[in-house]
Design a protein around this ligand. Structure first.
Ligand code: CUK
Ligand code: CUA
Length: 762
C-alpha cells in the first residue's frame, strides 16, 4: 500500500488527478481507482498516455484510412485523432471534391475517363532525407485502383494523384528511397500491361506480367514527375511488399512475391482453388533490383513504351544484371531493410521462421556470378543459403517487422498467434513476446522504418477488435494498440478504436519535425500553392454577368459573406470565387449553396471556387458552414434563380419599425462595449504581449476589426440627422458587430496571456 500511495502522489504531481471527472473531483486517486476498478498497471498506462489539456503529443502518426481512401492523423502517446485527410475520395468537411481546386486533384485519379470515388489505401510513407523522415511530404497508395498520392505536410492537403499506367492493382507501395528520389510501388495481381487488352488465363505465363514502378519525385515542385518515371517488367508472381535499400544497400530495392506458382485457380472447372495453388511451393521469390542502374538504362533509351510509359523489359534487366531472385519461405508478406541497410528481414506467413538476408552476401553472390538456377523467364536465382544471415523461429504467421533505436532489436507481428515478438536479428534470438487483440497485421515503431528509429512506442494494427470496445453492430471499429517498448518487457498501454477502416499501415514522425502553416498567404490556391488568379482583397469584390454566365469574386470574414445576394436566370452557369480575408488562426469559414452539392472549406488566406449550373428556378440560401463567430448564423445570403425574362413588380424592401429610442439604446450598447474593449486593451498593453506571436496576431486582427468602424460613426449620425432611424440604428448596430469581434479577440488574447504567464511591463 505504501508503494501505491507514493505512486499515487507522484501521479497527482504529474497532473493525473486532473483526469477525473467533476463527479469525483473531490476524491483521492485511490477512491477513483476503487470506483472504476483500476489497477496500478492501469494507472501507470494512463500516466504514460495522458496528455493534459493544451499539451502536445511527442509523435504524429499518419495512418492509412483503408477503404475510405483517406489518411488518418493522430498523436502518440495520447492516440487522439487530429485529422482525416481526403486523398483518393471526396471528403465533405474539407470541401475535397466539392470545390473546383480539389476536383482538379481528384481528376488526376480518374481512370479511363471515369471518376473512381473509393480507394483502398495501404501504405503511407514519409519523404526522406538521408534515410530519415523529414516531415515534408507523405505518400500513399491505392491498391484497388493503382494510384499514388502526394500530401504536403505544410497544410496536410493532397496535392497530386497519379494513376499507374500499366498495373491493374498495386499493393507494395508507397515506399520511398533514402533521399526521396523515387517513390515505388509493386503490382499485386498480374495482368496484361497494355491497357484494355484481353488475354485468356490460359496465356497467363506468357502475357500476364507483374512489375515495379519507380515514380520520380520532384521535391522542389512537391510533385511526382510522371515523364521521368519508369517501370520494370517482372514475371507474374504477385509482387507484394517492398522496401528501399539504405546506407550500403542504397540504390537497390527489394520486393516479395506470394504466388510464384503462377496459379490461376479454376474451381469452376473442378481445379483446386487459388489459395491451394498459390501456396503449394515451399518458397516464393524475393526480387532484388538495382533501381539506380535501371534509371540510367531508361535514360539511355533501353526502355520500351507501354501505354506511353517507359517500361524496362525483363530481358534488358537480366542482360544488364540489375534483376535477381532469391527463394524465400513461404507465402511471404513483409520485407524490411534494417536501419543500417546491411540486412533485410522477410517474414513468410505460412512459416514460423523469419529470414534475415545479408546484403553483403547477396552482392558477393552476384559479383561471383554464383546462381543456383534461373527462373522460367531467365532471371538468375541466388541460392537461399548463399544469401541468408540467419533464420529465427518466432511464432505463427509472421508478417511485418519494425526496428528499435537499440541496435539489432526488431519487432515482428505474428498474425496467427496475435502477438508481437521482440527479437535480436544479429544474434538470432527471441527476447520477449506480448499478446495483442487480435490478429495483428502491420506494426509500427517511431520512425521505425528509417535509418534512425526512435524506439519508445510501438503501435499494433490489429485486424480484429472483437471484445475490446462497446459493441456498435456487426462491423467493429479497428483497433490500434499502443505498446511501451522503452523497457526490456513490452507493456500494452492503450487501445484506440479507429472508426475508419481498414488502416493497413501507419508511419510516425517526431512532432518537432513537422512545421505546418497556420494560415495561407492571402489569396492562395491551396491545391497548387500558387496565387489564386481569382483572389480578391477587401473592397475588390464584384459580380459579373456575361451571357448565361454569372461569376462572383467574393470574400469571407467574420461575420459576413460578400456578396449578400447572387442573381441568376435558370440555366446560368454560376461560378463563385471566395477568399477568406481572415488572418486570425483557426478562423475557417465554410460555404455552401442549398441543394447545389457544392461545399468549400476556406481557411484563412485561402481562395476557393465553387461552380454549378443554376438549373432550378427558386430561392437558395447560401451560408457559412463553420460556427466561426457569435454571428455565424447571420453569415448568409441568397442565390435568386429567376425564370427567364422575369420582371420585378415590387421594387422596395420591407421596412423595420425603428425609432429614435432604438437608436439611442444602440448607441449606449456601443459605448458600454467600448469600455470593455478599453479595459482589455489596457491589460494587454500593460504586459509583455509582444513576446507572444500568437497574441500579436490576435491584437492585429482585433484592431483590424475595430478599424472597420471608423467611417460608420459619420454614417449613422448622418442618417440620424435626417431622422432615418432604421438606417441610423442599423449602422450603429454594425459598429457593435465589429466591437463584439474585437472584444472576443481581446478576451482570447487576455486569457492566453494569463495562462502563459505574461509579465507586467513599465
Ligand atoms: S498489408 Cu500486411 S497486413 Cu501491408 Cu496491405 Cu495489410
Ligand atoms: Cu463564417 Cu460561420
Amino acid at each position: 500500500m505504501k508503494r501505491l500511495s507514493t505512486l499515487a502522489a507522484s501521479l497527482m504531481a504529474a497532473g493525473i488527478g486532473l483526469a477525473v471527472t467533476s463527479a469525483w473531483s473531490a476524491d483521492s486517486l485511490q477512491d477513483v481507482m476503487k470506483a472504476r476498478g483500476l489497477s496500478q498497471q492501469d494507472l501507470l498506462a494512463a500516466a504514460k498516455t495522458y496528455v493534459p489539456t493544451g499539451g502536445r503529443d511527442e509523435f504524429i502518426a499518419i495512418s492509412s484510412g483503408g477503404q475510405s481512401g483517406q489518411l488518418i492523423v493522430y498523436g502518440i502517446p495520447s492516440m487522439r485523432i487530429l485529422k482525416y485527410i481526403g486523398v483518393f475520395t471526396p471528403e465533405p468537411w474539407q470541401g475535397y471534391g466539392f470545390d473546383e481546386e480539389s476536383k482538379k486533384v481528384l481528376a488526376g485519379g480518374r481512370i479511363d475517363g471515369k471518376d473512381i470515388t473509393w480507394g483502398d489505401t495501404h501504405h503511407p510513407g514519409f519523404s526522406e532525407t538521408n534515410g530519415e523522415s523529414d516531415g515534408q511530404f507523405v505518400f500513399i497508395n491505392d491498391k484497388a485502383n493503382p494510384r499514388i498520392a502526394v500530401v504536403d505536410l505544410r497544410d496536410f492537403e493532397t496535392k497530386q494523384i497519379v494513376v499507374n499506367p500499366i498495373f491493374k492493382s498495386e499493393h507494395g507501395g508507397a515506399f520511398v528511397t533514402p533521399n526521396s528520389e523515387y517513390i515505388f510501388e509493386a503490382s499485386q495481381y498480374a495482368s496484361p500491361l497494355e491497357n484494355k487488352k484481353f488475354y485468356p488465363l490460359e496465356e497467363f505465363n506468357e502475357k500476364y506480367r507483374g512489375g515495379m514502378t519507380y515514380w520520380k519525385f520532384d521535391r522542389t515542385k512537391g510533385l511526382i514527375d510522371q515523364k521521368q518515371s519508369f517501370s520494370i517488367e517482372l514475371p507474374p508472381y504477385s509482387q507484394d511488399l517492398s522496401d528501399a535499400g539504405k546506407g550500403p544497400s542504397d540504390g537497390w530495392s527489394f520486393t516479395n512475391s506470394f504466388c510464384s506458382e503462377r496459379y490461376v485457380g479454376g474451381i469452376e472447372d473442378g481445379r483446386p482453388p487459388y489459395e491451394a495453388g498459390c501456396s503449394a511451393k515451399d518458397t516464393d521469390y524475393l526480387h532484388v533490383i538495382n533501381w539506380k542502374k535501371a534509371a540510367e538504362l531508361v535514360k539511355a533509351g533501353k526502355a520500351k513504351k507501354i501505354n506511353g510509359h517507359d517500361v524496362l523489359p525483363m530481358e534488358v534487366a537480366i542482360k544488364e544484371g540489375i534483376l535477381f531472385l532469391i527463394p524465400e519461405p513461404k507465402s511471404p508478406h513483409g520485407v524490411d531493410v534494417t536501419p543500417d541497410g546491411t540486412k533485410l528481414i522477410v517474414a513468410g506467413k505460412l512459416d514460423t521462421h523469419v529470414s534475415v538476408y545479408s546484403f553483403e552476401k547477396i552482392m558477393a553472390a552476384i559479383k561471383a556470378g554464383k546462381f543456383e538456377s534461373k527462373d522460367p523467364y531467365g532471371i538468375p536465382v541466388i541460392g537461399m543459403k548463399d544469401a541468408l544471415h540467419t533464420q529465427v523461429s518466432l511464432g505463427l504467421g509472421p508478417l511485418h517487422t519494425q526496428y528499435d533505436s537499440k541496435a539489432c532489436v526488431a519487432y515482428t507481428s505474428l498474425y496467427v498467434d496475435s502477438q508481437v515478438a521482440k527479437w535480436d536479428y544479429c544474434e538470432g534470438k527471441l527476447l520477449d513476446k506480448i499478446s495483442v487483440h487480435y490478429n495483428i497485421g502491420h506494426l509500427m515503431t517511431m520512425e521505425g522504418d528509417t535509418s534512425k528509429p526512435r524506439g519508445k512506442y510501438l503501435v499494433a494494427l490489429n485486424k480484429l477488435a472483437i471484445d475490446r470496445f462497446n459493441p456498435v453492430g456487426p462491423l467493429h471499429p479497428q483497433n490500434h494498440q499502443l505498446i511501451d517498448i522503452s523497457g526490456d518487457k513490452m507493456q500494452l498501454i492503450y487501445d484506440m478504436p479507429i472508426p475508419l477502416g481498414e488502416p493497413h499501415y501507419v508511419v510516425a514522425i517526431d512532432a518537432k519535425k513537422l512545421k505546418p502553416a497556420v494560415r495561407y498567404k492571402l489569396g492562395t490556391n491551396s491545391r497548387t500553392d500558387e496565387a489564386h488568379p481569382d483572389a480578391v482583397k477587401a473592397g475588390e469584390e464584384k459580380t459579373v454577368k456575361k451571357g448565361n454566365k454569372v461569376e462572383v469574386w467574393g470574400s469571407l470574414i467574420r461575420s459576413h459573406i460578400t456578396p449578400e445576394k447572387i442573381e441568376a436566370e435558370v440555366g446560368d452557369e454560376v461560378t463563385i470565387h471566395l477568399t477568406n480575408l481572415e488572418r486570425a488562426q483557426d478562423e475557417t469559414h465554410g460555404f455552401t449553396v442549398s441543394t447545389y452539392n457544392v461545399h468549400a472549406s476556406v481557411e484563412p488566406g485561402k481562395t476557393v471556387t465553387v461552380k454549378f449550373k443554376a438549373d432550378k428556378e427558386g430561392v437558395y440560401p447560401y451560408y457559412c458552414t463553420e460556427f466561426c463567430s457569435a454571428l455565424h448564423l447571420e453569415m448568409q445570403g441568397y442565390l435568386l434563380v429567376k425564370p427567364k425574362g422575369w420582371k420585378a413588380t415590387k421594387t422596395t424592401l420591407a421596412k423595420g419599425n425603428y425609432t429614435e429610442t432604438d437608436y439611442k439604446a444602440t448607441l449606449k450598447k456601443v459605448a458600454d462595449t467600448q469600455v470593455i474593449i478599453d479595459s482589455v486593451v489596457t491589460y494587454i498593453t500593460s504586459v509583455n504581449y509582444k513576446d507572444f506571436p500568437e497574441v500579436v496576431a490576435m491584437v492585429e486582427d482585433a484592431f483590424d476589426q475595430l478599424g472597420k468602424t471608423k467611417d460608420l460613426k459619420a454614417k449613422h449620425e448622418g442618417y440620424a440627422a435626417k431622422k432615418d432611424w432604421e438606417s441610423a440604428n442599423l449602422w450603429a448596430e454594425q459598429i457593435w458587430q465589429y466591437q463584439v469581434k474585437t472584444a472576443d479577440l481581446g478576451l482570447r488574447a487576455k486569457t492566453f496571456l494569463e495562462e502563459h504567464g505574461a509579465k507586467k511591463v513599465k
